[in-house]
Every structure is written in structure tokens, then in C-alpha cells.
Design a protein. Structure first.
Length: 185
């Protein structure tokens, strides 16, 4: 059975983007990026909303020349995985191994988790909030970045209470701290 994992790079005050929608402060350095790659390697399917897909699809056509090893590695990981995009407004998808769904169906995701061995990742705080509310998320991989942005797009929903168990933690030279939690529900 697959795990559904929500992974986010977040500010210390809990935002994935600031009030202007910027997240340039969240760009991982080589050490963090290589660690993220190792976490993402077992993922067989990415679940995205439209905005996250539009951000991530750069990995589909990113040139491989003159890129750091971690960047090239992640591009390969991303291209090898299936992607399901949930959007009522997106007309079509433009990356390989990608399909479009109009509505997020928690029962379909439960069924997917039950029949696949490869982990599933939910990306983006809006879609993750739906998965969290439906009690689908098994693990939370949070990368706390040493910056306070003061407002913007929250990494976790406001209207959910969760009991979590700390599974792993790691501190990086850049000051980023990785925390891995398992849902106790």
C-alpha cells in the first residue's frame, strides 16, 4: 500500500509563498535539493492543483546542460513519475505521463493508495488541504526555511487539528530544518 505524502518548503511562520505570491526565498541549495531528491525518488505519482502544476511543469523541458547535479536528478525523477492535475479551469496538460481530472475525489485517491506500491505525493497547499481534510495524508515532509514572510499562502490549513508523530528530523548548513511526521489518525 502506498503512502500519501505532503511535502512543502515553508517559511518559519508557516507560508509557502509570501503575500505577493513570491517563493524565491524557498529555493533549496544543493545539499537540501539532493536530500529532497532522495525523498522524492520513491514517488510514483504526483497530485497537483493547477497552480502547482504550472509551477512544476518547468521540470518537463528544463535543459540539462549547465545544471547542478541535484537539479538534473530532480528533473529525471519528476519526468519518470505520473502526474494527476485537478483543475476546473485548465484546458489541457502539456507534460508527459500527465492526466487532467476536474474534481478531487478522496475515494479515488484511497483506491489508488490501496493498489499501488509506489508512494503518492500531494503538492500545493490548496489540494493538500483537501487531502488533509479527507484524512488521506500519511506523512508530512516539511522543510522550515530560516525566513519569516509575515503572510501569504499558508502551508497547512487553518481548520484542521492533527495528531502527528515525529519520524525524522535533519538540520542543514543553510539553516533549513527538515521535519517528517506521520499522521496518528
Amino acid at each position: 500500500m502506498a503512502k500519501l505524502i505532503y511535502s512543502a518548503i515553508t517559511s518559519l511562520d508557516g507560508y509557502v509563498a509570501d503575500e505577493n505570491g513570491n517563493f524565491d526565498w524557498a529555493a533549496p541549495d544543493e545539499e537540501v535539493h539532493a536530500f529532497v531528491n532522495d525523498l522524492e525518488r520513491p514517488v510514483g505519482t504526483y497530485l497537483y492543483g493547477r497552480r502547482m502544476y504550472e509551477t512544476m511543469r518547468v521540470w518537463e523541458s528544463m535543459p540539462r546542460d549547465d545544471q547542478p547535479d541535484a537539479v538534473r536528478d530532480f528533473a529525471e525523477i519528476w519526468r519518470a513519475a505520473d502526474k494527476i492535475i485537478y483543475s476546473k479551469t485548465l484546458e489541457e496538460v502539456s507534460s508527459a505521463r500527465t492526466r487532467l481530472e476536474r474534481d478531487f475525489d478522496p475515494d479515488a485517491v484511497r483506491a489508488m493508495k490501496a493498489v499501488t506500491d509506489a508512494d503518492i505525493s500531494v503538492g500545493g497547499p490548496d489540494l493538500a488541504a483537501q487531502a488533509i481534510a479527507a484524512d488521506l495524508v500519511d506523512e508530512y515532509h516539511l522543510f522550515l526555511t530560516p525566513v519569516v514572510v509575515g503572510g501569504g499562502t499558508r502551508s497547512l490549513p487553518n481548520d484542521v487539528r492533527l495528531q502527528l508523530e515525529l519520524l525524522d528530523e535533519r538540520r542543514f548548513d543553510s539553516g533549513v530544518v527538515y521535519l517528517c511526521y506521520r499522521s496518528k489518525s
